[in-house]
Design a protein around this ligand. Structure first.
Ligand SMILES: Cc1ncc(COP(=O)(O)O)c(C=O)c1O
Length: 441
């Protein structure tokens, strides 16, 4: 039986009606990847208000690694809802917060003592990590990367690279933010080739510290181990270790932004585990609480304790319902089966995509790690001119045929896949078929 089941043209009449209301009642600012109004989600499937069933390769932008309406998550959250919904950790603390902190402290790489703070979103985790790094080092500057994405609040947005539509018109931005090229080999800023480049993009930072900002002024380097919004760019294996060496040499803290890469997406709990790199601070969000809003900031205990009492927090940070859901998510990660599943999804994607570069001139690059795979589309393989409109057309063709996908990349020309890791083999195959047909069309 097919997982995809379309009963109306897409979008259906109820979705169209709701979309008209959405346009009248909600600002145009929040982008909608597909004009489909959801009624229900289960595993890797979404049912819309017209009764159409879709395969979900977006997972609410990577928040549903354990699947929609995951049974254990729903049970844990429901039980907690019935006990108490909010107490505010600042007023009367609760065990779930401390216990999840203990669990993450044990699971985040690093043999040193660690502490964890909770917030609500990825952007808030970024903001807190920077506050903590500044307090711990007494230095003002933060170095981020081209094509990096760290959120939409003022400081997080200042760290985010992509101008349109994220930054244009929203300045002035926070000061003391610096930006250097990432290890994006397909579009190398230095026009070099890996491996003969010998990771010149990291070496260039020594020069950067002479020309733009003194290394002694830099509190932290914030880096995504694999670019998420930036187009699922997997840097060369030496990249993160070299960055770690450089930051350690200059007393700069390394913040790993694992908001999109964490919780099994890349085939390990954390993407930094592939490189063996131990960051000073690691932040997570998205799939941490199975779709409920929760983010974590975990770091070296001495660093995390730098801000004074009352210097960190927020009313809702570490909401007990979201924490209960996160415990249920972690319980399901412990045996490693979902990581193996992520690897299997990646293998299936790579096998399917292996012919795309030959068959479809539009496909410039296919890349990924674990279940974090993407296709970068180009108008011309020689010039690598980004095929943005074509990527939008592929995504539209996909949802019209029952597959929800999202695009990424500074040029909007990347199709990325963030399917729940619980997706079945047949569902995965069916989704890849729809994607392949859309690329062919
Ligand atoms: C790597 C990364 N950091 C931070 C964020 C911001 O997270 P949020 O949208 O929850 O604020 C995102 C969101 O996509 C992200 O991918």
């Amino acid at each position: 039986m097919s997982a995809i089941d379309l009963k109306t043209e897409i979008p259906g009449p109820r979705s169209r009606e709701l979309f008209a209301r959405r346009e009248a009642a909600v600002p145009r600012g929040p982008y909608n990847a597909a004009p489909i109004f959801v009624k229900e989600g289960r595993g890797a499937l979404l049912t819309d208000v017209d009764g159409n069933r879709f395969l979900d390769f977006a997972g609410g932008i990577g928040c549903l690694n354990v699947g929609h309406a995951n049974e254990a998550v729903v049970r844990a959250a429901t039980e907690q809802l019935q006990r108490f919904t909010h107490g505010c950790f600042h007023v009367t603390p609760y065990e779930g917060y401390v216990r999840l902190a203990e669990r993450l402290n044990a699971l985040v790489p690093g043999s040193f003592p660690k502490k964890t703070l909770f917030a609500n979103s990825g952007a808030e985790a970024v903001e807190n990590a920077v506050k903590i790094a500044r307090a711990a080092t007494g230095r003002p500057a933060v170095l981020a990367f081209e094509d990096g994405f760290h959120g939409r609040t003022l400081l997080a947005l200042s760290l985010t690279s992509k101008v349109h539509p994220y930054k244009a018109g929203f300045g002035p931005f926070a000061p003391e933010i610096y930006r250097a090229p990432y290890g994006y080999c397909y579009r190398c800023s230095y026009h070099l080739e890996y491996p003969s480049c010998r990771i010149a993009c990291v070496d260039a930072l020594e020069d950067y510290f002479k020309r733009y900002v003194d290394a002694e002024e830099v509190a932290a380097v914030i880096v995504e181990p694999v670019l998420g919004e930036g187009g699922f760019v997997v840097p060369p294996p030496e990249y993160l270790p070299r960055l770690r060496e450089l930051t350690s040499r200059h007393g700069i803290l390394l913040i790993a932004d694992e908001v999109q890469t964490g919780f099994g997406r890349t085939g390990k709990l954390w993407a930094v585990e592939h490189s063996g790199v131990v960051p000073d601070i690691l932040i997570a969000a998205k799939s941490l609480a199975g779709g409920l809003p929760l983010s974590s900031i975990t770091g070296r205990a001495d660093v995390m304790d730098a801000p004074g009492v009352g210097g960190l927090g927020g009313t809702f940070g570490g909401n007990p319902v979201a924490l209960a859901a996160a415990h249920a998510v972690l319980d399901q990660m412990e045996d490693g089966a979902l990581f193996a599943r992520a690897e299997a999804i990646g293998r299936a994607f790579a096998a399917r995509a292996s012919s795309w570069e030959q068959r479809f001139p539009l496909v410039g690059d296919v890349r990924g790690v674990g279940a974090m795979w993407a296709v970068e589309l180009v108008k011309d393989r020689a010039t690598r001119a980004p095929a943005r409109d074509e990527a939008s057309a592929v995504a539209k063709r996909c949802y019209e045929r029952g597959l929800v996908t999202i695009t990424a990349g500074t040029y909007g020309n990347v199709i990325r896949t963030l399917m729940p890791l619980v997706i079945g083999d047949e569902e995965l195959g069916e989704g890849l078929e729809v994607l392949e047909a859309a690329l062919g069309a």
